[in-house]
Design a binder for this molecule. Structure first.
Ligand SMILES: *Cc1c(COP(=O)(O)O)cnc(C)c1O
Length: 402
């Protein structure tokens, strides 16, 4: 057994976070840091999205289609599938980008479109403005999926505030965590009232489930360190890789039963409120680390590291690297995925290629760029535990695999 680095830069939770009286309540602290009006806590990012979809479904009952990126978290597709009457359309991305392809989006957007979901994948800031322009032409709304981007800014403003509705995830591995949790918000006061009413009706307390999450969060506080992560992450990862079960290795296997709608308990909100005090500084350190390492990653010929366009300042849980072809990517992963150095895959497949989603996606499965990401992308952690020496070993291995 050896040190195991996490694949993302999650903020460690301290024991004191469970006990100390926070300087201010979580939603208040978050609201004032990011200038979010009245963010609503939820049991998960998926739950936040589900409440958003239910709310819009009710407001615009004649619109039934939701357009999401063809490369994203499968839970997003399950959330759409969980709202009766809604249908999912997967939209391809631009080449080597997390942005929806405007031409394809244009072709998919009609008077049937309820919402478009541009996604700030991996902390990068997506082009919400372009999606909004296209959506607006057909009267559709925009939900920004900022699950992986809490703290990311677009022109100095938090992501999630450019579209009609935004949400963050507080799942383990996504920066600030309550083990499972999410936040729903909107810059539009008319929508906020509806969202709050819907959330109050849908997200009821589930004491036993919350107790389980509290115990899981205690486990996270204890195990989330390189000396212990092997027990709860590295061991299963290697077993899955050995068995050739890539979906289990990524943690991409979900079913509709994984969508649990309930409220976030007070104890975990307290932990989040305390941890939040450290988050801005932690994210800034991550940005500094990322800037230095991106300069080195640029030296890899033929490898594209995804970055932000000017005016955008994302967060850096990990680097998304696109290799020249699938073979080179797989050579790197064969060496480094089981090595415990924080090299991984984001999502195993393009959405339409998950068997358990086949019945949801209705459009012709034309998504070559999403498939290219699934085939050619790998992630390198930006955790503060990754030292320069290990990072240059990773660089060497990638160079040799090209
Ligand atoms: C994780 C994730 C979600 C869902 O968030 P949960 O809190 O895990 O339910 C949605 N979208 C993206 C892009 C994600 O990475």
């Amino acid at each position: 057994m050896r040190p195991e680095l996490p694949p993302t830069a999650g903020l460690p939770i301290a024991w004191a976070d469970f006990f100390a009286r926070p300087a201010r309540p979580f939603t208040e602290g978050l609201g004032s840091w990011l200038d979010l009006p009245d963010p609503l806590p939820a049991s998960s990012g998926t739950a936040a999205l589900t409440v958003a979809l239910q709310t819009l479904r009710h407001r615009l009952p004649e619109r039934r289609e939701v357009i999401i990126p063809a490369y994203t978290c499968p839970l997003v597709a399950l959330a759409v599938g969980s709202v009766p009457g809604l249908r999912l359309l997967a939209c391809d991305l631009l080449p080597r980008s997390i942005d929806l392809d405007p031409d394809k989006l244009e072709a998919l957007c009609t008077e049937r479109t309820l919402a478009v979901v541009p996604t700030h994948l991996g902390g990068r800031v997506a082009d919400v403005e372009a999606a909004r322009r296209i959506a607006a032409r057909s009267g559709a709304l925009v939900i920004e999926d900022a699950a992986q981007a809490l703290g990311a800014l677009a022109h100095g403003r938090s992501v999630g505030l450019n579209g009609d509705i935004g949400f963050f995830s507080l799942a383990a591995g996504k920066g600030l965590t309550t083990y499972e949790g999410g936040l729903l918000f909107s810059r539009r006061s008319d929508l906020r009232a509806d969202l709050a009413a819907r959330a109050a009706a849908t997200l009821r307390p589930r004491p036993l489930l919350s107790l389980r999450r509290v115990l899981e969060l205690l486990g996270y506080a204890f195990f989330y360190t390189p000396a212990r992560l092997w027990y709860v992450y590295g061991r299963q990862l290697r077993l899955a890789l050995k068995a050739g079960d890539e979906l289990a290795a990524v943690g991409d296997v979900f079913s509709p039963a994984d969508i649990r709608l309930h409220s976030l308990d007070g104890l975990r909100l307290r932990v989040a409120a305390n941890a939040l005090e450290r988050l801005p500084g932690y994210l800034d350190q991550g940005r500094i680390r990322a800037a230095g390492r991106l300069a080195l990653l640029r030296g890899l010929d033929g490898v594209v590291a995804l970055t932000d366009k000017s005016g955008f300042s994302g967060i850096w849980p990990f680097f998304m690297l696109i290799l020249p072809d699938k073979e080179a990517r797989d050579r790197v992963l064969r060496q480094l995925w089981p090595a415990g150095v924080g090299v991984s895959k984001l999502f195993a497949r393009a959405l339409p290629d998950y068997d358990f989603l086949a019945s949801f996606a209705r459009n012709p499965l034309d998504c070559p760029q999403a498939r290219a990401l699934a085939d050619r992308m790998l992630t390198v952690t930006n955790t503060h535990w990754l030292d320069d020496e290990t990072f240059s070993l990773i660089l060497d291995q990638i160079r040799r695999s090209l």
